[in-house]
Structure formats: structure tokens, C-alpha cells
Design a protein around this ligand. Structure first.
Ligand code: PNS
Length: 168
């Protein structure tokens, strides 16, 4: 009997921090592939992160603990190289609005140029998360806003511990 083909995809990102929008996408992705590797970029060019890579990894591991086919990893260098290393055939990315599209298209096309065998899958998060981004979460929390319905509880706890003087 022929061995069933298993589909493995990577969901890469900075995850500084993880949001409910990311989690929503992880859950959707995990339903359509056999294995989903959530991959945190270690050498992000996005400036100084709020959370260290091990903190982000811990938050993701805690939040995805109940998802049997989801694992968490970190990588640096090219995404296509990491994909090859773990045997992933596809990259999963979320598109919240038209404004995401150009950046995502550029990345998908560059990744295709670098590795024509690696496909990019775009999925839309639930509409209640279309405005949620890690950048906005950090900004709103640091200014005293309530983000507790937009990030998992473990992230709220870590935000409180990380941001001095926040008693929310
Ligand atoms: O959450 P983000 O910050 O939008 O994720 C961006 C990420 C990590 C997917 C992207 O920066 C990336 O894949 N970086 C790795 C370097 C790489 O492969 N660059 C070439 C493709 S554009």
C-alpha cells in the first residue's frame, strides 16, 4: 500500500507578541495541513522587540499546547532554507485587509523565486481580528488600553509583567 503523503506547512512571523488573530490563523491552518510549524524569526529587522525570542516561543507553546499537529520553532536566515530543512511544502500567511496584500505578494513572489517548489497559502483570519496587529497591541497596552480580548490570557499576563507600572 502506498504511504499517505503528509502536508507540512510553516506559519512564519515575528509574533511580538502573539495575538488572537495569529491564533485564529493557526487554528484554521492546522485544519487543512497535517503538520503546522509556527516559526519565529530570530533576526527580525523590525527594530527592538518587546519580548525576547524565548519569551515569544513560550507564549506560542502555551497557547498552542492543545493543538496536536502544531509545533513551534525558531529560525534565522532565509525562510525558504528553513522550509527545506523541516520538509515543509508551503508557507501560511494571513491577509487581514487589502493593505497587507502588497507586502505579502512581494514576499510570496520572492520566496517563489528563491524556491519554486515552495507554495504560499493565504488565509483570512476571522473578521473580528482584521484590525489586530502585534504593533497596535503593544502601543495600546503601553498607553493603558485594554487588549485582553485581543490576545491570549498568557500574553496579557506577560505584557503586565513586561510593561512597568501597568496594573491592568
Ligand atoms: O510577522 P512578520 O514580521 O510580518 O513576518 C515576516 C517574516 C518573518 C515572514 C519575513 O520577514 C521572513 O520570512 N523573513 C525571513 C527572511 C527571508 O526569507 N527573506 C526573503 C523573503 S521576503
Amino acid at each position: 500500500m502506498q504511504k499517505a503523503k503528509r502536508t507540512k506547512a510553516i506559519y512564519p512571523g515575528t509574533f511580538d507578541p502573539l495575538t488572537n488573530g495569529h491564533l485564529d490563523l493557526i487554528a484554521r491552518g492546522a485544519k487543512i495541513v497535517d503538520e503546522l510549524v509556527v516559526a519565529i524569526l530570530r533576526n527580525s529587522e523590525k527594530g527592538t522587540p518587546l519580548f525576547t525570542v524565548p519569551e515569544r516561543e513560550a507564549m506560542l507553546c502555551e497557547a498552542t499546547a492543545g493543538m496536536g499537529n502544531v509545533s513551534v520553532a525558531t529560525f534565522d536566515g532565509l525562510l525558504v532554507d528553513f522550509a527545506k530543512q523541516v520538509g515543509a511544502k508551503a508557507v501560511l500567511r494571513g491577509i487581514r485587509a487589502v493593505s497587507d496584500y502588497e507586502y505579502e505578494l512581494q514576499m510570496a513572489m520572492m520566496n517563489r523565486k528563491l524556491d519554486p517548489e515552495l507554495e504560499t497559502l493565504f488565509m483570512m483570519p476571522g473578521e473580528r481580528y482584521t484590525y489586530v496587529s502585534s504593533r497596535l497591541i503593544k502601543g495600546v497596552f503601553q498607553l493603558g488600553g485594554d487588549v485582553s480580548s485581543l490576545v491570549p490570557l498568557n500574553v496579557v499576563e506577560r505584557l503586565k509583567a513586561k510593561v512597568p507600572g501597568s496594573a491592568r
